[in-house]
Design a protein around this ligand. Structure first.
Ligand SMILES: Cc1cc2nc3c(=O)[nH]c(=O)nc-3n(C[C@H](O)[C@H](O)[C@H](O)COP(=O)(O)OP(=O)(O)OC[C@H]3O[C@@H](n4cnc5c(N)ncnc54)[C@H](O)[C@@H]3O)c2cc1C
Length: 385
């Protein structure tokens, strides 16, 4: 494919991430998933290699690169075959820190962003609440000004890195109802009144920790406000573009890996005296998935190109890309597992294990229904009656 035009620099970067993945993730992937965690030291190692601040300003320790390097980072990390671990790393460098980089004061960047880029402090993003995640404008967690402090009360749920984070980039209500009342603050997790109420048991991505967090009169300094009061909703929506791109790339890369594993098996495995890969029913089924995966990747790369060049259409394209990827991955992985027969239902089989988490992809960073709403809003301006 002519697009994107990968350069030699991209190639060098890809090689270094591949080495990190092959040496430091893949050999431990099964153990970490069985244990339900991966070591905090991995953040520091990724930080040392410059992988945790790719698009961030070198002033704070970032690499000052563009979205194409994020694409490469994600494509290579997925090859480590521990998606939970990849989620943990990407929350750190793409989801929880971008708003501090883009809108935070220099003091906040120095205190929280720079150590996160070095992997010395672990970050989480706290937006979703027990009462609802899609409708961000209705969030209930409050931050009330008291002298020079905010006092936070409320709870958050499904927070990745939540049990191990040193700080949470937290969405709170500082004003009245609706969009204008939402702000973002940095909440250190050693603050009095902060509690990890429970670590949630997921059906997949076992090595990532996903937690419910409780805030009971948590006092943080007013200077921990990110940007301006009342602009938090806009900041979150802006950061969602990067998150959705990351998830789209993850889905394509995972489909790629699963497909390669499956095609290899189908070539070896025989039934009725011939390889499964020679049977037309399977050849056509796989030809469809190969084609759809290529279409998905093209859409994702278009989104990356638009985001990298600051094109406003990027918002629409990345929503399409996330929606398309979530639909693709569900069908592709289940069909691939089917091609393994009984092995496709065994814990020892990577493809079978991946099939457990297929519905996850249509949830995080905006559900598929929310993606459809965004697409419809762009292309069907009249809105629902
Ligand atoms: C593994 C995992 C990790 C996560 N990590 C984080 C994290 O780090 N930080 C964080 O803040 N959140 C995180 N989340 C939460 C995630 O962002 C939310 O689950 C998601 O936004 C949906 O919110 P909800 O679960 O409250 O569903 P709801 O908002 O209650 O929605 C329920 C259903 O209704 C649908 N729906 C909602 N609104 C509409 C509409 N207008 N039209 C049609 N259908 C609609 C939804 O699509 C969904 O199917 C994570 C979730 C998972 C599963």
């Amino acid at each position: 494919m002519a697009f994107p035009r990968w350069t030699e620099e991209h190639g060098v970067f890809r090689e270094s991430v591949r080495r990190f993945t092959e040496e430091e993730i893949r050999p431990h992937a099964e153990k970490w998933q069985a244990e339900g965690s991966f070591p905090n030291a991995l953040f520091r190692r990724a930080g040392e290699l410059g992988l945790l601040g790719i698009r961030f300003d070198p002033k704070w320790g970032g690499a000052g690169l563009d979205y194409w390097y994020t694409v490469i980072l994600v494509e290579e990390l997925v090859r480590g075959r521990d998606i939970g671990c990849v989620v943990g790393l990407l929350v750190q460098c793409e989801m929880a820190t971008a708003v501090i980089h883009d809108h935070g004061s220099d003091a906040l960047r120095n205190e929280w962003l720079a150590p996160a880029i070095r992997g010395e402090r672990i970050a989480a993003l706290g937006v979703s609440e027990p009462g609802g995640g899609s409708d961000v404008a209705s969030l209930q967690t409050t931050a009330r000004l008291d002298g020079d402090d905010y006092v936070i009360d409320g709870s958050k749920i499904f927070i990745s890195n939540g049990a191990r984070a040193d700080f949470v980039t937290l969405a709170v209500r500082t004003g009245g109802p609706g969009v204008e009342g939402v702000s973002l603050v940095v909440c250190p997790t050693d603050a009095k009144g902060f509690q990890v109420s429970r670590r949630l048991q997921k059906v997949d991505l076992h090595s990532s920790d996903t937690a419910e967090l409780f805030f009971d009169g948590v006092r943080i300094p007013r200077r921990n406000l990110i940007g301006e009061e009342g602009r938090g909703f806009r900041y979150i929506m802006g950061a969602f573009q990067g998150e959705r791109l990351v998830l789209s790339v993850m889905m394509n890369a995972l489909c790629d890996d699963v497909l390669a594993e499956t095609l290899g098996y189908m070539t070896e495995r025989k039934a009725f005296g011939r390889p499964i890969a020679s049977m037309q029913a399977w050849r056509h089924r796989m030809a469809d998935w190969i084609t759809r995966l290529e279409a998905s990747r093209a859409l994702t790369y278009s989104a990356a190109e638009q985001l990298a060049s600051g094109d406003r259409e990027g918002d629409l394209t990345v929503s399409m890309s996330k929606l398309y990827g979530a639909e693709l991955i569900r069908g592709l992985i289940l069909d691939c597992a089917q091609a393994f027969g009984g092995y496709g239902f065994m814990e020892e089989n990577y493809v079978a294990r991946c099939s457990r988490g297929v519905q996850n992809w249509g949830i995080g960073a905006g559900t598929s229904e929310v993606m459809r709403e965004i697409i419809a809003k762009h292309r069907m301006p009249a809105g629902p009656g």
